[in-house]
Design a protein around this ligand. Sequence first.
Ligand code: ADP
Ligand code: MG
Length: 309
Amino acid sequence: MKVVMAVGGNALLEKYDKGTAPEQIRRAEETAYKTIEIFRDNDVILTHGNGPQVGAIMLQNEYAASLTPPMPLDVCDAMSQGSIAYFLQTAFGKVLKEKKIEKNIAGVVTRVLVDKDDPAFKNPTKPVGKYYTREEASILERTYGYKLKEDSGRGYRRVVPSPMPKKIIELKIIKDILEKGDIPIAVGGGGIPVIETTDGLTGVEAVIDKDLASSLLAAEIDADIFIILTAVKAAFLNYGKPNQEKLGEISVEKLKKFMEEGHFGSGSMLPKVEAAIQFTEKTGRKSIITDASHLYDALKGNEGTIITL
Ligand code: ADP
Ligand code: MG
């Protein structure tokens, strides 16, 4: 089976983590132990988010600006691809070896084409970085002109533009690695957004949603299944309320209805649901939304949210 498996940026760095390197490698290792069997007999592309990490890199750049030039957001995206791929290579590499799965794993710095007129550039929605209290958020808005929004009841986070992914520039190289039997890590953090200019491809300041970019990749490589691993075991109706209800196997049509009713957090669960719908609609194949602990059960059809045509 050809598989695209997306892991959340929050799966490498949880809400109360400090975000140290050993911590992120340890989290990646936890994810590796829970999911490693999928790599044994399948061709898997691993993709990942970068919300918490790219936010941290932006802060590091801004606070050190008097000492060294701060990098624009597209370069911060590239930095996050590099460091997260390194964490994943370290963790999955170790567990693959331990489980005697003879495959190599390596990150591909991936650029993704976006439309320069994408309305997202005027309306930032993608949460990145740390969580702040309401008071901290208003101070940051006043002092630095950041835009912050509430993120799924977890606190306030900075938001950046998140344009739609149109085309994966490094697609052929990703496919080549997969066809050789190895494991590419690709479209990290949704990919580095680039636009076409008379000068060639040029980076732009944004963070593409990794779920939507992974969905595009899954359709482009003709994957048999698209898996989104996140912090929750499934998508829920009335999430976080006393009457919340887990969604199991569900058709695209029904899921669209719930989406329109506003059940899924924008910038968090909503892009996953959209990404799953896009893949399943384009290919007629299954998408799964679950967490690493429930992956094997979800593959058997017993857990997670399973989206079908
Ligand atoms: P990732 O890093 O995996 O992309 P996100 O934080 O972006 O994770 O999205 C997953 C989060 O979406 C969950 O942890 C949960 O807090 C939030 N969420 C919002 N709406 C829902 C919903 N309807 N069902 C489940 N989770 C939801
Ligand atoms: Mg996310």
